[in-house]
Design a protein around this ligand. Structure first.
Ligand code: GDP
Length: 463
């Protein structure tokens, strides 16, 4: 499956830019580029040291294509572990194409999505979970997802898993040895030590599994649902919140966030308003909670904002609202709720007083005048366990890892049960192999072509 044939790709985004970077990796990468390159210094690129940069002309025969900078990385000290050349050229799409065409003629082929990183994995420059983190890092859009990806890329929990897996392998071989001597009643594997290892392993697995709930939402943005009747001011509030955030973002020239309509970032944490169309537009929130689709969507929320029009509040409306809230609480007991009384600017003091006595957790605001937004943002942040981010405990945000961790934990549980019940060693070793398999899936010690294809095809070309 794997060869060292030279692959090439544009590693910067396609389109015009100040510069573009074209990357070539493979055994002959340096030799191929050296033939087309005349260094200003007169140096022969084929003979330069690793990690050096050279200015010069890139030629197709006698025709100069561009003046470029060429960075040389000699194996194994490169991203892929092979010889790598990076050509920084002027960023015109024409020049990019000319250079790509030139090297395709000279024996390179276009790299597949993620192929550079796949080679890095195959050459042992990183394990599978680190390679996956590279993709996450490129996709990260806020401080939280960035931090999780960065930590995973730098080793995260995989070194700990690898270490415990090694120890398991040791016990597995001891137990296999016992099988060879079956009938002679010998024990090579120290049972007490093995129990201790299993406990340590379950503890780590549980901790990692628990972190996933938060890791997953931090990566994708914490989903918030807004419930409330028409005209209470839901859209006005959304716009006010998103505008504040977008204003900050648009100060950074060239960033556009048009694609992410309903996302905002508060102190590095992403929040995402889930499209609860059924809820936002419903005339009666509770009546429509019965609708399955809306139910499913609401169930995905981590926070429910229940919004009221303060200008329309009466005693009976307050009672109704309290009922609606308790129905929400009954339907979604796990999801924290916050009541928002909007249009505070049109409310009188006594009604505010009444309302604040009626609801446990309530904020008064004026979406239209942008009042109370800061307090709301603070409340939203308080729903997030930010302790998870400030300490350095690893956070699992990858669904594939989450599944493997759960499977491994199940297998470890079975090993323990089996040993306690004193089942024959050959049965225990089946469970041990299961555990080893699932642990190895995370780091990539166990992998199939299908799995690798699946993971790396989600990368961008050029990485
Ligand atoms: P939605 O149907 O819940 O999305 O409500 P909208 O956001 O469309 O708001 C309905 C109306 O209420 C609009 O005319 C808004 O301008 C107005 N509105 C929203 N928030 C406030 C507020 O805080 N004070 C006042 N006075 N009017 C508001």
């Amino acid at each position: 499956m794997y060869t060292e044939e030279p692959i090439i790709a544009l590693s910067t985004p396609s389109g015009a830019g100040a510069i573009a970077v074209i990357r070539i990796s493979g055994k002959d990468a340096v030799a191929i580029v050296a033939k087309q390159f005349k260094a200003a210094s007169g140096a022969d690129l084929a003979a330069v040291k690793s990690h050096t940069i050279h200015l010069g002309g890139l030629y197709d025969g006698d025709r100069m294509i561009d003046e470029v900078l060429v960075s040389v990385f000699i194996a194994p000290r490169s991203y892929t572990g092979e010889n790598v050349v990076e050509i920084s050229c002027h960023g015109s799409p024409y020049i990019q194409q000319e250079i790509l065409q030139l090297f395709l003629k000279k024996g390179c082929r276009i790299a597949k999505a993620g192929e550079f990183t796949l080679r890095a994995f195959v050459n042992g420059k990183m394990d599978l979970s680190q390679a996956e983190a590279v993709a996450d890092l490129i996709a990260s859009e806020n401080a939280a997802s960035h931090q999780i990806a960065l930590q995973q890329m730098r080793g995260g929990y995989s070194s700990e898993i690898k270490d415990l897996r090694e120890q398991m392998i040791h016990f597995a071989s001891m137990i296999t040895l016992e099988l060879d001597f079956s009938g002679e009643d010998v024990e090579f594997a120290d049972r007490t030590e093995f129990y201790a290892l299993l406990d340590k392993l379950s503890e780590l697995l549980k901790k990692l599994i628990d972190s996933f709930a938060m890791g997953n939402v931090l990566k994708k943005g914490i989903p918030i649902a807004i419930a409330g009747r028409p005209n209470v001011g839901k859209s006005t509030l959304l716009n006010a919140l998103l505008k504040e955030d977008k204003a900050i973002v648009s100060e950074i020239a060239g960033t556009t966030r048009d694609a992410i309509e309903d996302e905002m970032v508060i102190e590095g944490i992403g929040f995402r308003f889930i499209d609860t169309a059924g809820i936002r537009e419903t005339t009666d929130v509770v009546e429509h909670i019965g609708i399955q689709k809306t139910r499913e969507k609401m169930a995905k929320a981590r926070i429910i904002l229940y919004m009221l029009d303060g200008s329309k509040l009466t005693d009976s409306r307050l009672e109704e609202a309290v009922e609606e809230l308790s129905e929400l609480a009954a339907t979604y007991p796990e999801i924290p709720r916050l009541t928002l009384v909007n249009k505070k600017d049109l409310m009188d003091e006594p009604m505010q007083q009444k309302a604040s006595e009626k609801f446990e957790d309530v904020l008064f605001l004026s979406a239209k005048e942008g009042k109370g937004l800061k307090a709301l943002e603070e409340r939203l942040l308080s729903f997030v366990n930010r302790g998870l981010l400030t300490n350095n405990d690893p956070i699992v945000s990858n669904t594939r890892h989450f599944e493997a961790l759960n499977n491994a934990l199940e297998a470890v549980g079975k090993i323990k049960e089996g040993m306690e019940a004193e089942v024959p060693s050959d049965l225990v070793s089946i469970d041990i192999n299961q555990a080893l398999y699932h642990l190895g899936e995370i780091t990539g010690e166990i992998s199939s072509d299908d799995l690798l294809g699946n993971i790396f095809s989600n990368f961008c070309i050029g990485k």
